[in-house]
Design a protein around this ligand. Structure first.
Ligand SMILES: C[S@@+](CC[C@H](N)C(=O)[O-])C[C@H]1O[C@@H](n2cnc3c(N)ncnc32)[C@H](O)[C@@H]1O
Length: 325
């Protein structure tokens, strides 16, 4: 069983459950099913329903007995969360009570040697989450030097992106770059001896993965439709793992939310109510047990009655996460 080969610890599980507060008959969407860690705990907590989405077929190759035991309380959908509205409507559902995203790659994907996500294992340079589209190898062997540098800088925030792009282009004149170790060696040689505490390949690998899986646009697309898919009082929860993602979530919530302070200004003209303007982080205890949690940043907001698409409904702030107004 896949789940036995890879150990996956769900990030900030108690915080997520505390925000969702699973309740009977409510419907939640886990946009990033992965090993099902969050989904399974939500389903155990109350007689609710979960729609579990993942673009990676690997996510559906495990937990089969447990998933079956939830019957029609669990719907599994293989696809991108950028198509969230289509997936939910395809199940005959119009509105839900929480939308949850635990972004990035799972431990299973990172630790699965064949997927090529990690520079720690020698593997074909693949990095596709959904097993479709072009691979990282296609990109490093085909793209112009300038485009490679822009990707490495834009999605990896690697200041020495031009040197790395130059190294890639010089190497591929001699031989096609096929493996993670080949790329990692090119990066090391391009950066020279002096590099920081993080592994020299970290930023470039992150950049290629984000670019080829279109990760930032997927996030934008999901955030934008969340407004019209959530019931009033519904929860939008996002765990991000690097500043590019977190910045998108932070800005989206900032521009689309009323804050606690502004409650009494009268009228509601934003679709969300933003509780934690400073992102929540995992506890030191969680990081000790699961070092991969250390960069996690969780932000969440509650859906108000305001919809950009329609008329502003008569508003009542009943109880958004314990705040009664
Ligand atoms: C960090 S893992 C989620 C782990 C999960 N919460 C758990 O506890 O087991 C992220 C998952 O999201 C999936 N994913 C990433 N981007 C996606 C997208 N645009 N659409 C659907 N799934 C995506 C990945 O394939 C991966 O399985």
């Amino acid at each position: 069983m896949e789940s036995e080969r890879f150990s996956h610890k769900s990030i900030m599980l108690n915080e997520v459950l505390g925000i969702i507060e699973p309740s009977e008959n409510e419907i939640y969407v886990d946009c990033t099913l992965g090993a099902g860690g969050h989904t399974k705990e939500i389903l155990k907590t109350a007689q609710c329903k979960v729609i579990g989405i993942d673009r990676d077929p690997l996510a559906f190759s495990m937990n089969n007995d447990e998933y079956n035991s939830y019957g029609d309380r669990l719907d599994l959908v293989q696809g991108r969360f950028g198509d969230l509205e289509k997936h939910i409507n395809g199940l005959g559902i119009k509105k839900v009570d929480a939308i949850f995203l635990d972004l990035g790659v799972s431990s299973m994907q990172l630790d699965n040697v064949d997927r090529g996500f990690s520079f720690r294992f020698d593997a074909p340079l693949d990095m596709r989450m959904g097993n479709d589209g072009q691979t990282a190898s296609d990109i490093v062997n085909k793209f112009k030097k300038e485009d490679l540098a822009n990707i490495i800088y834009g999605y990896g925030e690697e200041r020495k992106s031009r040197r790395i792009a130059h190294g890639i282009v010089e190497r591929r004149k001699i031989k096609r770059i096929e493996t993670t170790f080949e790329l990692s060696e090119i990066i090391k040689n391009s950066l020279g001896k002096k590099y920081s505490k993080i592994h020299p390949s970290t930023k470039t690998f992150q950049a290629l993965r984000i670019y080829l899986n279109d990760e930032l646009r997927e996030l934008y697309k999901a955030l934008i439709v969340s407004d019209s898919l959530l019931n009033e009082g519904g929860r939008l929860i996002v765990i991000a793992f690097h500043s590019l993602e977190d910045r998108i979530v932070k800005n989206f919530l900032r521009y689309n939310s009323v804050s606690e302070k502004k409650f009494n200004l009268g009228g509601v003209s934003k679709p969300f109510f933003y509780r934690n303007r400073r992102a929540s982080k995992p506890t030191d205890d969680e990081i000790k047990i699961n070092p991969r949690a250390r960069s996690a940043r969780l932000r969440y907001a509650y859906k108000t009655s305001f919809n950009y698409k329609g008329q502003e409904a008569g508003h009542s702030y009943n109880n958004y996460g314990g705040v009664s107004v």
